[in-house]
Design a protein around this ligand. Structure first.
Ligand SMILES: C[S@@+](CC[C@H](N)C(=O)[O-])C[C@H]1O[C@@H](n2cnc3c(N)ncnc32)[C@H](O)[C@@H]1O
Length: 237
């Protein structure tokens, strides 16, 4: 997604964030999140341009939520469960599973009882804390998808949910960590059509079949309409 697409796609809750929230982000996190912001826009931001602050806050909405309102993300992920047919189609039983971008564990809790061994990767510290509390017995590592601290060929199944898109560096890393004959799986990735056009098998299920738990309507006022993950892109390695 381009910078201007991220600005346009920000959920309504972006209006609750402002300059002081950008300043509350840890410096290294702020720098990483700013990587997708064009140079001209960064200069306007540094000069204190109000319109630029508003656009940057919108573009960084999800990073702001993961770092400053992690409990809000966790709440959303619990009321948007993954379609059961997606979970069933994942070859996780008895497998060594590598999950990338695990968040607070929406998919991880489903994988943990099925996998022989499970490594979860998550770069946002506040989400890792929730995940570690929820699943104290699994390995939860701080890393990004383009540089995974996992041995080549370790995983039978490498999977990510609602996180990755067609980023060549990340996809190379997922492949490197997966054993020959293993499986790469992306649940509702960004731009699923790209994966389908590049030889991945696409399974789509009806999101209306997902049982949405009762929840506070303020959640949708903040995040917009619910969209439970309901697609699976698979590739044999
Ligand atoms: C929409 S959340 C999905 C979390 C979890 N997979 C789930 O389905 O509940 C996106 C996640 O991707 C993580 N993330 C963002 N950029 C990343 C990157 N470059 N590498 C790995 N994870 C990343 C975020 O910290 C966040 O946890």
């Amino acid at each position: 997604m381009t910078y201007s697409e991220s600005v346009a796609a920000a959920p309504p809750g972006a209006a609750e964030f402002g300059r002081s929230d950008l300043e509350r982000l840890p410096a290294d996190v702020f720098e990483r999140l700013l990587e997708g912001v064009p140079g001209d826009e960064r200069r306007l931001l540094e000069a204190g341009d109000e319109a630029a602050v508003r656009r940057v806050v919108r573009a960084l909405f999800w990073g702001l939520v993961y770092h400053l309102r992690p409990e809000r993300w966790d709440e959303l992920s619990r009321v948007e469960p993954i379609h059961p047919a997606v979970l069933e189609a994942l070859p996780a039983d008895g497998a060594r599973v590598l999950e990338v971008a695990a968040g607070s564990g929406r998919l991880t809790v489903e994988l943990a009882p099925r996998a022989r061994s499970l490594i979860a990767i998550e770069p946002a510290g506040p989400l890792r804390e929730i995940l570690r509390e929820r699943l104290p017995d699994i390995a939860v590592l701080d890393a990004t998808a383009d540089d995974l601290p996992v041995a080549a060929g370790w995983a039978d199944l490498t999977v990510s949910c609602a996180s990755l898109g067609p980023d060549p560096r990340a996809l190379r890393e997922l492949e490197r960590c997966t054993r020959p004959g293993g499986t790469l799986a992306l649940v509702s990735p960004v731009d699923p059509g790209w994966f389908e056009a590049h030889g991945w098998r696409r399974l789509s299920f009806d999101p209306k079949e997902v049982a949405i738990p009762p929840h506070d309507p303020s959640l949708e006022a903040f995040f917009g309409p619910l969209d439970p993950p309901h697609e699976l892109l698979l590739k044999a390695h």
